[in-house]
Design a protein around this ligand. Structure first.
Ligand code: C2O
Ligand code: CU
Ligand code: CU
Length: 492
């Protein structure tokens, strides 16, 4: 291979860096969290959310300032919209940490209403979970403090979780990504990394957010289906471009922050290497044609540049019928484009070697299960009840391993989420899960029965479990699990 191609590639990169410098944009991150990532395609228009700046000088400590406040932002090209934002951006800034880090978030609620920040998927003490039990009033400050457990490297996210207002506050723009890194990441550091925060929203012609009156017909349809919007955004952008070179392999972390939309992700003409989901990497990569990403789920995928130089393709979401037949929107069968993937003209590079084994995901021991529970999901109800903040629905003990059967008895999908603990899916409708992974949400399809196993290894307290369609959650499709300290440790 001659040197001409890499040289041309490098020169163009330098000129991009030079123009960024002219714009006053620093190409050097505030805090280098990982080895430098390789330069990526030159046509990228997909912007990454800013990374929260670490103000601590103590090694192993990440200390950041985060505010939630009203903002006027260009959420939709050509319009200014009254929104809510974390530190002024939608998506909010990304919290980047390493396993083992002590994290301090100085949060200031500058919203005209109470809120919380829930660290979705993180295994941290219950008082720091930002559940509806711990609201932070308008104008108030709160320091969230927790330690990132070892073995939890992966993609997570944060969002408000106030009682009955989560859907509204997220529609207004409050959500952001969390990336937990492993100092010994099994995937090569040279893979260019992309974060894709997938959201949708609905706007009125004047650019204001269309959040209907709950009593209106659309309000009632939203309450049933969950509110979907016709504008699809990746990191807040409509149809951005990711540049890729033939042969290159990119690592994408994808988060579904949509209130109700489920994505069935595919890139025509390519397969994907599915390498991880909610709680991090699998044991082995899985070659797939498409990936179903329900609300609040995350996936890590490796996108291999198998296309030819100069070609183009698209990341799409294919039709997926999660709806009750009575309220299913006519548009459900549409294939929608999310972003454009453009191959540079550079000749193909030699693809990097990828590991066939990434890590061990030890199976939770189902033979030690001390309880089997049945959780029945129906429309807006869990086990026939609406959420009551003063009621405990399930009592468990610290250290217990339990098998939960999640039984959807209605004609629409409900993505079931448990706070605080990662679980493993055992089977869906009796079909054993073909691979093992750590999950905090599982989409339970219409009339499906899913078994999961979970171990309450730490952190006593009250934990929410709920449907992650925000309209369902806000209308009480939620319950409370209390994990109590073992009897032997109780002081009399
Ligand atoms: Cu992401 Cu209780 O939720
Ligand atoms: Cu959660
Ligand atoms: Cu639901």
């Amino acid at each position: 291979m001659t040197n001409s191609v890499p040289n041309r590639f490098t020169r163009s990169c330098l000129s991009v860096l030079a123009s960024l410098a002219l714009l006053g944009v620093s190409a050097t991150p505030e805090r280098q969290l990982a080895a430098p990532r390789a330069a990526v395609g030159l046509e990228d228009s997909l912007a990454m959310p800013p990374v929260l700046q670490n103000i601590s000088r103590v090694p192993g400590t990440v200390e950041v300032n985060l505010s939630a406040a009203p903002a006027r932002l260009a959420l939709l090209p050509g319009h200014v919209t009254d929104a809510y934002a974390y530190n002024g951006t939608v998506p909010g800034p990304t919290l980047e940490v390493h396993e083992g880090d002590h994290v301090i978030i100085h949060f200031h609620n500058s919203l005209p209403e109470a809120t919380t920040i829930h660290w979705h998927g993180l295994h941290i003490p219950a008082v720091m979970d930002g559940s509806p039990l711990s609201p932070i009033g308008a104008g108030k400050r709160y320091d969230y403090r927790f330690t990132i457990p070892r073995g939890t490297a992966g993609t997570y996210w944060y969002h408000p979780h106030p009682d009955a207002r989560t859907g509204y506050q997220m529609a207004m723009g409050l959500y952001g990504a969390i990336i937990v890194r492993d100092a010994n990441d099994p995937l090569p550091n040279s893979l260019p990394e992309k974060l894709l925060v997938l959201s949708d929203n609905r706007f009125r012609p004047d650019g204001s957010l269309d959040i209907p009156d709950p009593k209106s017909l659309q309000g009632q349809i939203d309450r049933e289906n969950g509110r979907e919007g016709n504008v699809l955004l990746v990191n807040g952008q409509v149809m951005p471009v990711i540049g890729i070179r033939s042969g290159e392999v990119q690592r994408w972390r994808v988060i579904n922050v949509s209130a109700a939309r489920i994505y069935r992700l595919a890139i025509p003409g390519q397969t994907l290497l599915h390498v991880g989901d909610d709680g991090g990497l699998f044991e082995r990569p899985r070659e797939v044609g498409e990936i179903l990403l329900a609300n609040s789920e995350r996936v890590e995928i490796l996108v291999r540049g198998t296309g030819s130089p100069g070609s183009k393709t698209t990341l799409q979401t294919l039709p997926y019928d999660r709806y009750d037949p009575h309220t299913r929107p006519a548009s459900w069968q549409d294939t929608l484009d999310l972003l454009s993937l453009r191959y540079s003209d550079a000749s193909p590079m030699t693809p990097p070697a990828l590991p066939s084994v990434m890590r061990t995901v030890a199976a939770l021991d189902t033979s030690r299960a001390s309880a089997r529970r049945v959780i029945v999901l129906s429309q807006e109800l869990i086990n026939g009840k609406t959420m009551d903040m003063n009621r405990v629905d399930i009592r468990s003990r610290l250290g217990a391993t339990e098998i939960w059967e999640i039984d959807n008895v209605v004609t629409m999908d409900h993505p079931f989420h448990l706070h605080g603990f990662q679980f493993q899916i055992l089977d869906r409708d009796g079909i054993p899960e073909p691979y093992r992974s750590w999950k905090d949400v599982v989409n339970v399809r219409k009339h499906q029965v899913v078994h999961i196993v979970v171990r309450f290894d730490d952190f006593p307290g009250k934990w929410m479990f709920h449907c992650h369609i925000l309209d369902h959650e806000d209308h009480g499709m939620m319950g409370i699990l209390e994990v109590r300290p073992p009897l032997t440790r109780r002081r009399l």
